[in-house]
Design a protein around this ligand. Sequence first.
Ligand SMILES: Nc1ncnc2c1ncn2[C@@H]1O[C@H](COP(=O)(O)OP(=O)(O)OP(=O)(O)O)[C@@H](O)[C@H]1O
Length: 346
Amino acid sequence: MAREKVIGPSSGDDERKQHDAALRPKLLKEVIGQRKVAERLEIAVRASQKLNEPLGHILFDGPPGLGKTTFATVLPNELGTSIQMTSGPALSKPADLLPFLTNLEEGSVLFIDEIHRMPRVVEEFIYPAMEDFRIDIVLGEGMSARTITYSLKRFTLIGATTRSGMLSGPMRDRFKMHEHLEFYSVEELATIIRINSGKLNTPITESAARELARRSRGTPRVANSRLHWTRSYSAAKHDGSISEPIAKAALDMAEVDSDGLDKNDRRYLEILIDLYGGGPTGVEALAATINLASDTLSDEIEPYLLREQYITRSPRGRVAMPRAYTALGKLPPRPKPDDKQGSLFE
Ligand SMILES: Nc1ncnc2c1ncn2[C@@H]1O[C@H](COP(=O)(O)OP(=O)(O)OP(=O)(O)O)[C@@H](O)[C@H]1O
């Protein structure tokens, strides 16, 4: 298995990361869903082993919790090499990258989460490392400045981003593979839930696994957290096992509705409909009213609402779709007769 080295400041919610790490698949064959992505990665791993070359740099993009870190940690396991993990916000200057680059082993992986948040000067510093496995360090200033070139071990950079559009063109072009992760089907999430309840020694019925899966916003991380909550609920109120009625009661208590929308999703839709007349309205205005960062809205809340057609994005902002009205128990407005076809719900 890959040895995991974490150097420098950790990047966030440690408890959530521990839960994630405990349930994370270790090998490609244990990864559920994302079959096309997994098959392409399998080819890349085999080729790297046969040709005795490091895996080409890989960029994963997609909404949070869909498995970007999972794929990044599975690949060094497949290759029998080590991984170092950091994140864009932890790398504020080129020197922050040095401990990672100097600790590289031949063929090892450097994983940078939220790579779109890496400052431009760090990005530029990493280009020669990605292209030629070298870095240029400038010593001194002005006329007396000189550049020392330092050779690195051949390595693989794996970047993860929720916003591939925010990555500069030159950075994007330096990745050999770009893999986009999609939301999961109910069947795939039910499989993940069954496997993870096994890992947590929690008996679960087939229909309970499906109920949790249906209400997990197409996202494995959400499925894991619904499973953890339901397990605690059952341990506290029942015998620790999960049946369909227990799953339903636990999720109702957590205010997850029958479609899987949580409090933040419903608040978003309520504000869009009640306060902004269903839109169009800009994400900044919505974020200010909901009192959440606009990044949280566009990275975590909106992708699922867009994909499930609760909302749509028009040039003038977000617009509530008929499904949003139904989810809140409201009647969708009728399009006005003089509206252009589809103008209300573009
Ligand atoms: N394809 C998968 N098969 C099985 N389990 C998965 C899969 N993808 C994700 N998971 C589960 O979901 C958890 C969260 O996934 P992961 O941390 O990889 O998401 P992420 O896309 O990196 O999210 P973020 O960008 O927010 O860090 C994992 O610990 C794992 O348990």
